[in-house]
Design a protein around this ligand. Sequence first.
Ligand SMILES: [Zn+2]
Length: 447
Amino acid sequence: MGVVVANVDISPNKAALVNQSAATRVETIPLTLNHKPDAEISVKYKAPLKQHHTSVNTESEAPGKFTTASVAKLIEPQNTPDPKIETVTIKRGDTLSSLFNQRGLNKELHTIMQLGKSVKELKSVYPGQKIHFYVNGDDLAAIELETSVNRRLKISKQDSNYLVNNIVREFETRQKTASSTIQNSLFLDGKRAGLSAALIMELANIFGWDIDFALDIRSGDQFSVVYEEKFLDGEKVKDGIIVAAEFINAGDRYRAVRYTDSQGFTDYFSEDGRSMRKPFLRTPVDFARISSGFNLKRKHPILNKIRAHKGVDYAASTGTPIKASGDGKIVHRGNKGGYGRTIIVRHGSQYSTLYAHMHKYAKNTQVGKRIKQGQIIGYIGKSGLATGPHLHYEFRVNGVHRNPLTVKLPDAKPLPKSEMVRFKSATADQFAQLELYSSTLLAQNKK
Ligand SMILES: [Zn+2]
């Protein structure tokens, strides 16, 4: 079976429809030193920020159809000459005072700092950050501090007052797809398919209630991911969310689509409208922390898989956090013979989980404490009879040991009927898309 790595940019037209323009949003917070602000002015215009930077008067040149120009005239001085722009990249050792001092602008800095909270980001500038000075002769017309890749804090002079704006550029969002068949590890094959480490972790998080990514990923497993990328000026700035994903693990197919319900709650759901979140996580340790998790050369990401005994062992370095696999109550914490430092959690009347060989316990894990799914309850060690640091994990149903890797875990409740109609129509396209990628991948694998 060959490795199939697909990395397809889907439907630029569709993306264009969703994001017709990378609009720039300006949030204006009028601040005055001498009198109370009496009006809030909010300006929206479509001029890209780049143009905006070439001149402080760009607002009045913006091709906005209505209020833009007139509002801009109100808030920008009209007959000022074009200011000189100086862009400074902050270096180690620079302070705001030193930068303003060098330009003879101490007085202006003093005035600006009196604006208080709204300019607090000026107080924590850091090396590498950019600041733009707009100067008219001896007069500071404006400064702009780049506070993130798409946001600037702009402070501009208005007569004797300063006006603070947050200039936010909206990203252009494009959808992308990556799919692959796993041959080495989720990380290696995920990266080869074009996914960042963060997206791979996100993918594992989405399916973490169904699949044990630490121990149960097999050669031949497949995944398809539809995700977003964020662009500015045609350049990719960062990854966005995963929109939809499929994972086929040992022949079992899991599909999830991101959906925001009518209450505004966002989560990943299976095709039958059940949240991917379930009462139990498959793996009580981050799979990336498992010893072989990052070892890309290893054929199988399993270092210490012992199924003969009544639990599963996850080998990881001493101190790796152990997460409770479900909500519950601590019913045991202490030494337990060969198990060493052990915590047992009871989950309702039927289920309990056991975590052994801990190096130490986490805070707030005394017997009787309620804990949440994913909460760190302790740290991996080798207390008791253990040859090396690992977590020994057991899962019991009605007191009987079950294999944590294969035990049928309770499902999440489906969405209420009233929500299902909306869910079906909102997600039909994404599920169809997954079907398409999945069948393409299968066809390629058969070649
Ligand atoms: Zn064990």
